[in-house]
Design a protein around this ligand. Structure first.
Ligand code: F6R
Length: 610
């Protein structure tokens, strides 16, 4: 995680470019930030604990002029969040910003201390500044000393470095953590991600793992760590600047919840066949998967929950067995894989380290791979054999919303494509499923009209300290996701369970202080069984919120304290519907509690450390 940004070019623009870039990268980390600006042989560094807005206030009082600069917004790994541990880190003439973890930190630190370098911070990153400075002190060029330093550090990282000794150069390394270079006339930008620089340029070079770039304002020299020259193409990227604005909403999360009819439509667009009875995927021809005997779906957090829904859809519609694993567990689980296995990796950002490492392991073991991701040119999309993009648009709120519903849509599409190609679902069933698919945007729009009802519930329930979410079948993963949304933005403890599992232990938690939220569309499997679970909760004085289809609970109102009714829909698309009120509930409770909704404590949008 952490965001890095850099600029070389116009004397007057440096400070502004860095601060603007950092505020756009804040979703990657937001516990402290800093920048270093070089004016020939003088470096000015400012840093502070807290948000980029705190750094902006501090920067206003400083002149900070120079033709070259680097900046950083931090998500603490080594060392607490404070001003000393904030980046840039400086050693003599050299300043660096770093995203990642240096795994052989202890050994390198001991060597550097022995050579007389004093450490002022608790971070692993400071090592890089000292390593480069030691090379410069031994009369190496900036390029050579940076290369030698980068060769010594182990672990995924992205680094940007500057030195007063060669003040016309910015050196950048990409090693399993993302960095892009933006191109302008007589000026260049670097950033962890495109949003930081897209308002300045759309001419982008994506560095690849192991690339080191020496950037001057009018030229770029890219090599590997052995010094071999590399060519990387310039790409023109398109990005909608409106995605980076709140557009009248109080928070990005609410805006993104409301964008779901549009993102659903964009994800479906172009995938329905001309006769409106079938589904076609540009990136995948079903025959490519005809020999697949098993699928493994992997992701983290919300993307993992999408995999849990995906498993049930694929197994139901195509009868291909699917295993699901948390990406961080998969890699170390000695997985059973061969070339008849398809590994599906799901990641909004396409950069999550746990997921990308799992993908590499799956490839190493000989699996075919398919990514479901929201970001073109991301690490995961580049490494996978096949990609299906979710067209959610840029998601800025740390709590994932529209990315999740578009992942579910892609799983529904994929299940139908696989099922149809294997002859498991008939033409008539496929045609009915296409109708369900195209109904999704309007369905979401109707559910968003429940917002006022959900606000009332948030008023009633915001002071409870514990919540339980229960669902069965396709809506069990929605119970997990609903609980995750509430936890991460309102800091209320919440558990998601399979409703039938409740009586095997967790029911001991239930009393009048624990709201239990059932997710139970009335055409779902085991609806009667869930009604049984509802009675069990009520018999123990639990408070029941029941999310079901319109009129689905008419016979059971005596057991229900609060009802959320959504329009009826095909069971297989019901998770896309049932999650919307839960996203809104988490949002409104968090808003009443006054938490930092778009940037909840301790989290970051892109998690690039394992
Ligand atoms: C929760 C959330 C996280 C992410 C997880 C994976 O709201 O956003 O749990 O889902 O960090 O991120 P991606 O999908 O980018 O791999």
């Amino acid at each position: 995680m952490c965001g890095i940004v850099g600029y070389i070019g116009d004397y007057r623009k440096t400070k502004q470019v860095l601060l603007e870039g950092l505020s756009r990268l804040e979703y990657r980390g937001y516990d402290s930030s800093g920048l270093a600006v070089l004016d020939n042989n003088q470096t000015s560094v400012i840093k502070c604990k807290g948000k980029v807005s705190d750094l902006q206030k501090k920067a206003r009082k400083e002149k900070l002029e120079g033709q070259l600069g680097i900046g950083h917004t931090r998500w603490a790994t080594h060392g607490i969040a404070n001003e000393v541990n904030a980046h840039p880190h400086t050693s003599g003439s050299t300043s660096v910003v770093h995203n990642g973890i240096i795994e052989n930190y202890a050994e390198l630190k001991a060597q550097l201390q022995k050579s007389g370098f004093e450490f002022v911070s608790d971070t692993d990153s400071e090592i890089l500044a000292h390593l480069i400075e030691s090379g410069l002190a031994a009369a190496m060029s900036f390029e050579d000393s940076a290369r030698e330093a980068f060769k010594k550090v182990e672990g995924a990282c992205a680094v940007a470095a500057v030195t007063q000794k060669e003040p016309g150069k910015l050196i950048v390394l990409r090693n399993f953590s993302p960095v892009v270079i933006g191109l302008g006339e007589n000026e260049k930008y670097i950033a962890s991600d495109i949003p930081a620089i897209i308002s300045r340029t759309n001419r982008i070079i994506y560095l690849q793992d192991g690339d080191m770039a020496v950037i001057e304002k009018d030229q770029i020299h890219i090599t590997d760590l052995e010094g071999n020259r590399l060519q990387r193409e310039e790409v023109l990227v398109s990005s909608d600047p409106a995605s980076f604005e709140k557009g009248g909403f109080k928070h990005f999360m609410l805006k993104e919840i409301y964008e779901q009819p549009r993102s659903a439509l964009d994800t479906i667009r172009g995938k329905i066949s001309a006769d409106h009875r079938g589904i076609e995927l540009e990136s995948i021809k079903p025959r490519q998967f005809s020999k697949i005997k098993k699928i493994i779906a992997l992701g983290c957090g919300t993307s993992y929950h999408a995999c849990l829904v995906g498993k049930q859809l694929i197994e139901d519609l195509s009868r291909i067995p699917v295993e699901v694993n948390i990406a961080s567990e998969f890699r170390y689980s000695n997985p059973i894989i061969d070339k008849s296995t398809l590994v599906i990796v799901v990641s909004q950002s396409g950069e999550t380290a746990d997921t990308s490492e799992a993908l590499l392991e799956a490839k190493r073991l000989g699996a075919k791979t398919l990514a479901i991701t929201n970001v073109e040119n991301s690490k995961i999309s580049r490494e996978s054999d096949h990609v299906i993009y979710t067209s959610a648009g840029t998601e800025i709120g740390v709590a994932s919303t529209k990315a999740f519903t578009t992942q579910l849509i892609v799983f529904y599409i994929l299940s139908n494509v696989l099922g149809a190609s294997k002859g498991v679902i008939s033409e008539a069933a496929l045609s009915a499923n296409v109708k369900s698919l195209v109904s999704i945007p309007l369905l979401i729009e109707k559910i968003l009209k429940l917002d006022d009802r959900i606000k009332e519930l948030a008023q009633k329930y915001n002071s409870f300290n514990n919540f339980i979410f229960l669902g069965r079948g396709l809506n069990f993963p929605i119970a997990l996701e609903g609980a995750l949304k509430l936890k991460e933005i309102s800091y209320i403890h919440a558990e998601g369970y399979a409703a039938g599992e409740m009586k095997h232990g967790p029911i001991a938690l239930v009393d009048e202080n624990v709201p239990v939220l059932f997710i139970a569309p009335n055409n779902g499997i085991n609806f009667q069984k869930i009604v049984g679970n509802l009675r069990e909760i009520k018999a123990r004085n639990g408070l029941v919120i029941f999310l079901t289809s319109e009129n689905g609970a008419d016979e059971y109102k005596e057991y229900i304290d609060d009802l959320i009714e959504i329009p009826g829909c095909d069971y297989n698309i019901s998770p896309i519907a049932t999650i919307i009120p839960l996203q809104l509930l988490a949002y409104h409770i968090a808003r009443i509690k006054g938490t930092d909704i778009d940037q909840p404590r301790n989290l970051a949008k892109v998690v690039t450390v394992e």
